[in-house]
Design a binder for this molecule. Structure first.
Ligand SMILES: NC(=O)c1ccc[n+]([C@@H]2O[C@H](COP(=O)([O-])OP(=O)(O)OC[C@H]3O[C@@H](n4cnc5c(N)ncnc54)[C@H](OP(=O)(O)O)[C@@H]3O)[C@@H](O)[C@H]2O)c1
Length: 273
């Protein structure tokens, strides 16, 4: 039996608590920290999970999941540093924060696993990429992967690929939302009522996602299957190509990766002279 504490029960922290409970983990094995007493009381009422302070979380939990915003990390590290060690397992869900940041602040040997999740965690359909820090073992990675599998799919990548992951699946849902928004606008342009356009596009997105997830076919094959000779779809595809949509996606995701690298530089170890 292990106790898991979520430090920072905001959107992602709450989604994880909810997913762990749905996955069968008893509420007594879960804890969370939350700055606002009203929100803490509300979460305890909703999930039956106890709210504690960071010190208590560090004392009682075997696994500490840090889910505060990256800009709020410093005070959390200050609080945790004297309380965690090689017997703890630190899981960071914070975008852009390297495992080395934690390792520098904690007792040597404290295992840290970095995770890049995404917002579909709130509906149990996250894509999470995990990367072990220098003191994390295979067992630690397995523990974290098992936890995250309660709220979606999990892959392991080297930490050097986390900026690419951030650009691809971390921000990925936003690209799909953007596409759906634009396609609904197209429906409006064609004279459909907004509610109808929304239903047509959202259900098409759900259906296409289900086909992608459930069939073994490559997306190209699935797309070709709806692109008949001299049909309507190929006319649309010609316009997408003409307007450089594929190149725009490549450039956009590359720009997101570059921004992730830039944000990560803030946490690089200062050079010693
Ligand atoms: N949302 C996403 O799409 C997404 C995707 C991938 C990764 N992430 C990562 O997940 C993390 C959480 O994101 P989020 O969207 O869930 O943010 P959020 O809703 O703002 O949640 C963060 C929570 O941490 C609390 N907090 C801050 N400092 C604290 C402290 N010292 N002690 C206890 N609690 C503290 C915040 O309380 P207050 O309300 O008082 O500030 C808030 O409830 C971020 O690091 C983000 O990079 C998010």
């Amino acid at each position: 039996m292990s106790t898991i504490a979520v430090v920072g029960a905001g959107k992602i922290g709450e989604a994880l608590l909810s997913g762990l409970l749905h996955g069968g983990r008893p509420a007594e094995e879960l804890l969370f920290t939350e700055r606002h007493p009203e929100r803490a009381a509300e979460l305890t009422r909703r999930y039956g999970v106890a709210a504690v302070d960071v010190a208590e979380a560090a004392k009682r939990a075997d696994v500490l999941v840090v889910a505060v915003k990256p800009q709020d990390i410093d005070p959390v590290l200050d609080e945790l540093a004297p309380l965690v060690g090689p017997d703890s397992l630190l899981v960071s869900l914070c975008a852009g924060l390297p495992t080395a940041l934690y390792e520098r602040r904690f007792v040597e040997g404290t295992p840290v696993v970095r995770v890049m999740p995404n917002t579909p965690m709130v509906v149990g359909a996250a894509m999470s990429a995990v990367s072990p820090g220098r003191y994390a073992t295979r067992e630690h990675v397995r523990t974290v992967s098992e936890l995250l599998s309660c709220v979606g799919a999990v892959v392991e990548v080297p930490e050097s690929q986390q900026d690419a992951v951030t650009a691809l699946s971390g921000s990925g849902p936003a690209y799909f939302f953007y596409l759906v928004e634009a396609m609904i606008d197209a429906g409006i342009l064609l004279g459909l009522p907004r509610a109808v356009a929304e239903q047509l596009i959202i259900q098409s997105a759900v259906g296409a996602a289900k086909m992608l997830a459930e069939s073994d076919e490559h997306p190209v094959i699935l797309r070709e299957a709806v692109t008949s000779p001299a049909g309507t779809t190929i006319n649309a595809i010609r316009e997408l190509e003409k307007h450089g949509v594929r190149a725009a996606l490549l450039a956009a995701i590359e720009a997101a990766r570059d921004r992730s690298v830039e944000l990560g530089k803030v946490h690089e170890e200062p050079e010693r002279h």
